[in-house]
Ligand binder design. Structure first.
Ligand code: SF4
Length: 319
C-alpha cells in the first residue's frame, strides 16, 4: 500500500517517507487479481488510510497484514496478521486466541528474548518467528539456535500434552508437511508496489540502492499494470529449477529467493546459513514429533527421517 508499509518477512523497510499507491493503481491491481484468480493480501503502513482507499479495499475479499504499531485501531483489531517488529512490542500487546502474529527479530534479539514466546504460545492461534539476519549466522550461533529450539520444543510438547495445539512455524509446520511449503515468490506470489509495478516480493521493491549492484531499481520490476507480468527467466523461481532445494526435505523452509540472491547472487541457490537454520528446525521438529508420540497417538501417518547433514549441498554427490 505504501513505501512505509510494515515488513512481514526477512527484509527490512527503512523508508520513512510515505508514498501511497494511487487509488487508480489500487483499483487496477484488484481487477488484475480478480482476472488472474489471485488471493489478495494488503500490507499496511502505520498511519490510517484515507476513507477512499478503505472503500476500494472493501470491494474485494482479502487479508490484512498490519504492524502492532498501526494507528488505525479498527484495522489493527480486525487484522488477519499482526507484525511485531521487536520483542518489546509483543510484551505489551493483548494477544488474542484467534490471532496470528509474526515476530521479526535479529538472531541476537531472539537469543535474548525467546523466553517471551512462552507467554504468547499458549494463547495465540499461530506465531511465526522471522529472523532478519539469517545470513550472519556462524557456528556459535547455530549451536545457540539449536539449544533455543530444543527448549521451545519442550514447551510446545507440554502444551500438546495439555490438550492444546500451538502453532510455531519453527517447530510445528514441518511436523504437518509432506511436501515443500515455501514462500514461492515469483512463482505463486507477486507484489504490486506503490509505484504501480509488479515485483517478486516487497524486498525486491525496497532493496536499497547500495544493494542493487548498480542495476537500478527498475531492474527488479517484473511487469506493470498496463502490460501485465514479464518475469525474466521465470523458471528460476520454481522448485524444479532449484537444484539444491528440490533434493531437500526441510519442507517448512521459506526458500527465500531474496536471501538467495543476496547471499549467492543466484535466485535458485541458497546460502549455507539459510539451509543450516532450516535443518536445525527440521531436526527439532522430528524430536518434537517423537516426544509428543510418547504421550499417545499423534499424526501416525507422518514421518521425518533421521539425517546426518545440515546442508543438502554437503551430500550432493548422493543425489
Ligand atoms: S533448507 Fe536449503 S536446500 Fe532446503 S529448501 Fe531451504 S534453502 Fe532449499
Amino acid at each position: 500500500m505504501d513505501d512505509t508499509s510494515t515488513s512481514y518477512c526477512h527484509y527490512s523497510n527503512n523508508k520513512k517517507e510515505s508514498r501511497l499507491i494511487s487509488v487508480e493503481d489500487l483499483k487496477k491491481g484488484i481487477l488484475f487479481a480478480m482476472k488472474e484468480n489471485l488471493m489478495i493480501q494488503f500490507v499496511y503502513p502505520d498511519f490510517e488510510l484515507p476513507q477512499e482507499y478503505k472503500e476500494v479495499i472493501n470491494t474485494i475479499d482479502h487479508s490484512d497484514i498490519v504492524s502492532s504499531q498501526c494507528k488505525d485501531e479498527v484495522l489493527r483489531n480486525n487484522a488477519d496478521i499482526i507484525i511485531f517488529n521487536n520483542w518489546k512490542e509483543s510484551e505489551s500487546y493483548k494477544i488474542k486466541e484467534d490471532g496470528i502474529y509474526v515476530i521479526r527479530t535479529s538472531k541476537s534479539e531472539l537469543f535474548e528474548n525467546h523466553s517471551l514466546l512462552s507467554k504468547i504460545l499458549p494463547i495465540a492461534k499461530r506465531i511465526n518467528v522471522v529472523i532478519t539476519n539469517i545470513d550472519s549466522f556462524d557456528e556459535n550461533d547455530f549451536e545457540k539456535y539449536k539449544e533455543i529450539l530444543s527448549s521451545l520444543s519442550k514447551e510446545t510438547e507440554e502444551l500438546y500434552v495439555d490438550g492444546k495445539t500451538p502453532q510455531l512455524n519453527l517447530l510445528t509446520d514441518r511436523m504437518m508437511l509432506d511436501k515443500m511449503n515455501n514462500c514461492n515468490s515469483g512463482d505463486e506470489n507477486i507484489t504490486l508496489a506503490p509505484d504501480g509495478k509488479f515485483y517478486v516480493c516487497p524486498a525486491f521493491y525496497l532493496t536499497d540502492d547500495d544493494e542493487d549492484y548498480g542495476l537500478g531499481k527498475s531492474k527488479f520490476s517484473i511487469g506493470d499494470l498496463e502490460n501485465g507480468l514479464d518475469i525474466k527467466n521465470s523458471q528460476l523461481y520454481k522448485l524444479s529449477y532449484a537444484p539444491i532445494c528440490r533434493n531437500c526435505d526441510a519442507y517448512q523452509c521459506k526458500r527465500c529467493v531474496w536471501l538467495n540472491r543476496k547471499t549467492t547472487y543466484e535466485l535458485n541457490t541458497p546460502g549455507h546459513e539459510q539451509c543450516v537454520v532450516s535443518h536445525l528446525e527440521r531436526n527439532e521438529s522430528r524430536e518434537l514429533l517423537v516426544n509428543i508420540r510418547k504421550h499417545g497417538m499423534f499424526l501416525p501417518e507422518k514421518e521425518i527421517k533421521e539425517i546426518s547433514y545440515l546442508d543438502p549441498f554437503d551430500v550432493r554427490k548422493e543425489w
